[in-house]
Every structure is written in C-alpha cells, then in structure tokens.
Design a protein around this ligand. Structure first.
Ligand SMILES: NC(=O)c1ccc[n+]([C@@H]2O[C@H](COP(=O)([O-])OP(=O)(O)OC[C@H]3O[C@@H](n4cnc5c(N)ncnc54)[C@H](O)[C@@H]3O)[C@@H](O)[C@H]2O)c1
Ligand SMILES: [Zn+2]
Ligand SMILES: [Zn+2]
Length: 368
C-alpha cells in the first residue's frame, strides 16, 4: 500500500477535496505509476457537472498524466520499473475485435473497468477514510500514485518533459489524431476547425502536418483566433461577423474538404457538417455534448456525398502511435509547450478548472 496525495471528486458541482488516500499494490496485469504531472480537461468539467449519466461521486478523476512505473504486478510483460509512461484512456490490448480491425481504435478489453468505474475485475485500488474510491477513464491521474492495467499505458521516451508529455494523454493526441488518423486529411486539401481551444488548436496543427493548403479557424473569441495562426491556421472566421457556414463556403469556394467540431455545441456540429463540400466532404465531431442533446442532420446533406464521423482520442492507438507523436514533439514538429498556460500545485486544481470555465488560457497542468 502507498500513501498518495489526491484530489477527490465527492459529488456533482462540489469542488475537489485535496487529501491523502491509500493506493493498493498492483494486482495481476496491473502497474503502479508515480505521476509527475496531469493536465485538466473539459471532459472533467462536463463529468463533474453531471453531464454524464454515469457520473459517480467518490472518484479519482484525471486522464492526462505522465509519470514512471514504480511497481509491476504479476504477469506484466511489456513494462518494467523505471519506464516513463503516459496512461491511455483508450487501451490497446492488441487482440480484441477492435484492435484487430483497421477501422477503430476503441479497444474493448477493459470495458468493464471503463464503464464500471473500477478495475476490470470490479474491485477498487483507491481508499479514503475506510471507503473505496472509484476509478475514472482507466487512468485516475488526480492522484500522485495510480494503478492502471498494462493495456492502458503507452511507454514513451524518458527525456520528454512531464508537463508537456502529459498533454498527449488527451488534448494533443485527440486534436492531431482527428486530422491524421480519423479524417486522414489529404495534402493540398481545405480544412475548417470550429472551436480553437486546446483541442481545436491541435486539430489545426494536425491539418498542417498532413499538408493541408487552407486551414480555417472558426471561433467567437478573437484572442483565440489570433493564437490559431501560430498553430497553422491560414484563415480566420468569427461567427460574430456573419454566418460561419457562409464564410467558410466563400473562403473555400463551395465548402471545405474536411471540417472538425471542437466546441461541444450541437448547433456548431450541424454548422460544421453544412460547411463541408458536397461529394466527398468529411465532418468530424470531437466535442462532447450534454447528455440527451442531439444533432439535427438533414438527410440531403449526406445523400449529397458528405460524411459525418466522430472521433475518440483522435482515433489513436495509444501504445503504437502515441510514442511517435511524442518523438515529433521532441523534434520540434509539434507544438505543446505553448498550450500550457500555467503549471500549478494540486492544491490549486479547483482554481484551474474555474479559469477553464471562463475560457481563460488553454491547459492548466498540475505538477506533483
Ligand atoms: N472526442 C474526444 O476524444 C475528446 C477528447 C477531449 C475533449 N473533447 C471535447 O472537445 C471539446 C473541446 O475541448 P476544449 O478543451 O478545446 O474546449 P474549450 O472550451 O477550451 O474550447 C472550445 C472553443 O470553442 C469556441 N466556441 C464556443 N462556441 C462557439 C461557436 N458557437 N462557434 C465557434 N466557436 C465556438 C470557444 O470560444 C472556445 O475557444 C469539448 O467538448 C471536450 O469535452 C473530446
Ligand atoms: Zn480530455
Ligand atoms: Zn483491444
């Protein structure tokens, strides 16, 4: 058993409680990680507000971490003590139906753990004042020590700084992957990204990496549009200055080859679909909408040859593809440090979330 500093989610709309918890040793097929850093994501804000019907009180949240393996359980073959890692909330077991399919990254090996808020055998490894605490997204990075399944860990190069490498656990990989792995943006194409927060900025740089010729940033926030230029945007649209669909259609001469939605607003999802070109345009949904909300899709749009797709974790296979993205960051081909607005202590985690709710800054990173 290891004592660990943690931020505990106690109930909907309650601030996280900072306290010491106990973390069990890893069981078969599991590893104990000591995290150095974790990012804060809008998915936690959504979860903590009760956006998910499965929101569970008494959980350890967090899914954007970077750290070191400090103990391995029985039967762990791919990892050893001292390995630098990023826990991955979409695992990669390598042998389930999904891992064997080329069409998806949604490995199902740990579905019981993911949907059960536990380890895969239904038990918990976190305890606080005699009570079990739930796991979250297979990662639970808001505890300095966390237990994860070996399938939910990507091994990375040891020299990547934790404050930036942790962002590959969600924001960077989700955005870049949406362009590279899910939509497979082609060289010379025209792209539009709706919402250029931390996720959207990474979609922009994914489009740039893929060699897109025109990359349009769409956002209501002029400060964020300005920043978008540094991440590859070539054109800028603020819906406050006129209908965003019309503006994208005018700039692209009829519609974009690829559009991406990264706001979580279902009306914007519809706009992103309408902004694609007929006969081949692809609209990729990334934003997480509130529970029960729907996107209205006129069949005519799809009959005319548009495709509506969605992405989780950017379609990335964490074990095989994430380490290569970190290599590209270390080679200066992917911007990450610029996304870190502030590095904070765990004690300041609630303030970090408050900043994010008012769109101030991009990513707040806790340094343990
Ligand atoms: N699919 C996945 O795997 C995945 C992973 C991580 C996050 N997400 C989701 O992605 C979304 C974006 O995350 P983020 O951290 O970048 O959020 P964010 O709130 O920081 O950024 C959203 C941006 O959208 C802009 N915006 C809001 N309304 C708009 C409108 N009507 N038109 C144009 N722009 C508008 C905002 O000004 C802001 O810049 C969230 O819904 C998040 O939950 C999905
Ligand atoms: Zn996230
Ligand atoms: Zn699998």
């Amino acid at each position: 058993m290891t004592k660990s500093k943690a931020a505990i989610f106690t109930g909907i709309n309650q601030p996280l409680v900072i306290d010491e918890i106990e973390v069990d040793d890893p069981k078969e097929g599991e590893v104990l990680l000591k995290l150095d850093a974790t990012g804060l994501c809008h998915t936690e804000i959504w979860y903590m507000s009760g956006g998910d019907t499965t929101t569970r009180a008494n959980s350890i949240l967090g899914h954007e971490g970077c750290g070191t393996v400090v103990k391995v359980g029985k039967g762990v073959t791919e990892l050893r003590e001292g390995d630098r890692v990023v826990p991955i909330y979409i695992p990669e077991c390598g042998h389930c139906r999904e891992c064997l399919s080329e069409e998806t990254n949604l490995c199902s090996a740990l579905d019981d753990a993911y949907f059960g808020g536990s380890m895969n055998d239904g038990t918990m490894r976190f305890h606080h004042q005699g009570r079990d605490l739930h796991h979250f997204m297979l990662t639970s990075t808001f505890s300095q020590y966390t237990v994860v399944h070996q399938e939910a860990v990507a091994k990375i190069r040891p020299d990547a700084p934790a404050e930036s490498a942790c962002l590959f656990g969600c924001a960077v990989t989700t955005g870049i992957g949406a362009a590279l792995y899910t939509s497979k943006v082609k060289q010379g194409s025209k792209c539009a990204v709706f919402g250029v927060g931390p996720i959207g900025l990474n979609v922009l740089q994914g489009c740039k990496l893929a060699g897109a010729e025109m990359i349009i940033a769409v956002d209501l926030n002029d400060e964020r549009l300005k920043r978008a230029g540094e991440f590859g945007a070539t054109h800028f649209v603020n819906p406050k200055n006129g209908d965003s669909v019309q503006q994208v259609k005018e700039l692209t001469g009829g519609g974009a080859d690829y559009t991406f939605e990264a706001t979580g607003n279902t009306k914007v999802m519809r706009q992103a679909l309408e902004s694609t070109i007929y006969g081949g345009g692809v609209c990729c949904l990334i934003g997480v909408a509130k529970s029960g909300e729907v996107v209205e899709v006129t069949p005519r749009l799809l009959i005319a040859g548009r495709r509506l797709v969605g992405t989780a974790f950017g379609g990335c296979r964490g074990k095989t593809q994430l380490p290569g993205l970190i290599d590209q960051y270390m080679e200066g081909k992917i911007k990450v440090d610029e996304l870190v607005t502030d590095v904070i202590d765990l004690e300041k985690i609630n303030e970090g979330f408050e900043h994010m709710k008012i769109d101030s800054g991009y990513r707040y990173v806790v340094r343990y």
